[in-house]
Design a protein around this ligand. Structure first.
Ligand code: AMP
Length: 192
């Protein structure tokens, strides 16, 4: 099963994806993690993306689509992927649909974590203090939130139109959100 965890930065996608990896053996495909690893390794890709990410802007569709395409065989072998932070544009979503279709697969469900802006800011402030991730600082976070609203929010009607979108209240505790996601996943596997 292939699932997209969708929502603004700091909505809890990474936390929930990691839990699903542990509990269901799926593979987490986080383009943010892949890009941070590229920066840490000092690869040409990392050098190219570092300043863009530090500003809070999106890197190009071509780059993230290629990163995901590379990892699809591994995800397929594990029985499915949890896409975390990808797709972030309609072009990425279209490319993902096409890549999966070529492999005889598809997106089975899209879970949208809904969290209001004030709560996001509160979470990001805490995460910045705990982890010191540079692009979590309040000014950069605002740019990331703007990028989400401008480029990523149009994916809501995209997946709604495909009948795949489930909305989950992301304001609850980690356990409550986990339960809601599990219910959505079970529903998606019934339909698959
Ligand atoms: P994340 O860890 O998902 O919040 O991603 C951190 C940063 O990596 C984002 O602010 C973007 O600069 C970049 N990034 C991650 N995923 C994507 C994507 N799918 N499309 C474009 N940029 C991305």
């Amino acid at each position: 099963m292939n699932l997209i965890l969708f929502g603004p930065p700091a909505a809890g996608k990474g936390t929930q994806a990691k839990r699903l990896v542990e509990q269901r053996g799926m593979v987490q495909l986080s383009t943010g993690d892949m890009l941070r690893a590229a920066i840490a390794s000092g690869s040409p890709l990392g050098v190219e993306c570092q300043a863009i990410m530090a500003r809070g802007d999106l890197v190009s569709d071509e780059i993230v689509i290629a990163l995901i395409e590379d990892r699809l065989p591994e995800a397929e072998a594990a029985g499915g992927a949890i896409f975390d932070g990808f797709p972030r544009t309609v072009a990425q979503a279209e490319a993902l649909d096409a890549m999966l279709e070529k492999r005889g697969a598809r997106i089975d469900g899209v879970v949208r974590l809904k969290v209001d802006d004030a709560a996001l800011l509160e979470r990001i402030t805490k995460r910045y203090a705990d982890q010191g991730r540079a692009d979590d600082n309040p000014e950069t976070f605002k740019v990331r939130l703007d990028a989400y609203n401008r480029n990523t929010a149009p994916l809501v009607p995209y997946y709604e139109h495909q009948g795949k979108l489930t909305e989950v209240d992301g304001m609850g505790s980690i356990d409550a959100v986990a339960q809601a996601i599990d219910a959505a996943l079970d529903e998606a596997s019934v339909q698959a």
